[in-house]
Design a binder for this molecule. Structure first.
Ligand code: DGI
Ligand code: FE
Ligand code: FE
Ligand code: FE
Length: 187
């Protein structure tokens, strides 16, 4: 599947706003891939498809996780987390994407995971810093991303975890574990 085909597919699944976000993630992911030496083609494809399931029915996704995916703990946390693993499943089943690197970059783009590889990190960070994002602290992360991929992700995770805590929202344990994993490797 080439870039134009993938873009045409996701456009059908997304709102205009979310499609513009996706184009921003593609731009940032390709730039980060080039900067840090990840596969640019895989980064581009994963970025295009990363929010494929963003607007899928939540109950459909819960059922999918119960019936077809290994880890059910996600069901106890924010429904915002469902679209990442379900997106990986759907692009494989519905669009024939079989590249495990691309699928994992989609699967872990919201929560991260312990032992993220380079491509997963690139897509995770691109989703956070793409040019259309405006949340507090994003400019600091953009600056760090010019020089240090892991440190930028650590800062993005700190922002997200703090944001969730202030609103008394549950923190998915793997998100916390991703933070711990990266700061441990940094020392
Ligand atoms: O899909 P996007 O909006 O582009 O971005 P995303 O896939 O990173 O999803 C962000 C949302 O997910 C945001 O509302 C915060 C939420 N989120 C991220 N990590 C966690 C989380 N929510 C909970 N409860 N726990 C997490 O660890
Ligand atoms: Fe997402
Ligand atoms: Fe994200
Ligand atoms: Fe996104």
């Amino acid at each position: 599947m080439n870039r134009e085909q993938a873009l045409a597919i996701v456009k059908q699944h997304l709102t205009d706003h979310r499609y513009v976000h996706t184009l921003g993630v593609v731009e940032s992911a390709v730039e980060l891939a080039r900067r840090f030496g990840a596969d640019e083609g895989k980064a581009e494809l994963a970025a295009i498809l990363h929010d494929y399931a963003k607007f899928r029915n939540k109950d459909e996704m819960r059922t999918l996780i119960r019936d077809h995916l290994q880890d059910h703990t996600l069901l106890e946390y924010s429904s915002e987390l469902l679209h990442a693993p379900c997106g990986a499943y759907y692009v494989k089943e519905e669009q024939g994407i079989t590249d495990e690197d691309v699928l994992n970059a989609i699967r872990y783009h919201t929560t991260g995971r312990v032992g993220m590889n380079l491509l997963e990190k690139v897509v995770f960070l691109a989703d956070y810093i793409e040019p259309n994002r405006q949340f507090p602290g994003v400019d600091v992360v953009r600056e760090i991303a010019k020089v240090d991929l892991d440190e930028a992700i650590i800062q993005a995770l700190e922002n997200t975890i703090t944001f969730l805590m202030k609103r008394r929202q549950l923190i998915y344990p793997e998100t916390m574990a991703t933070f711990n994993d990266l700061i441990t490797k940094q020392k």
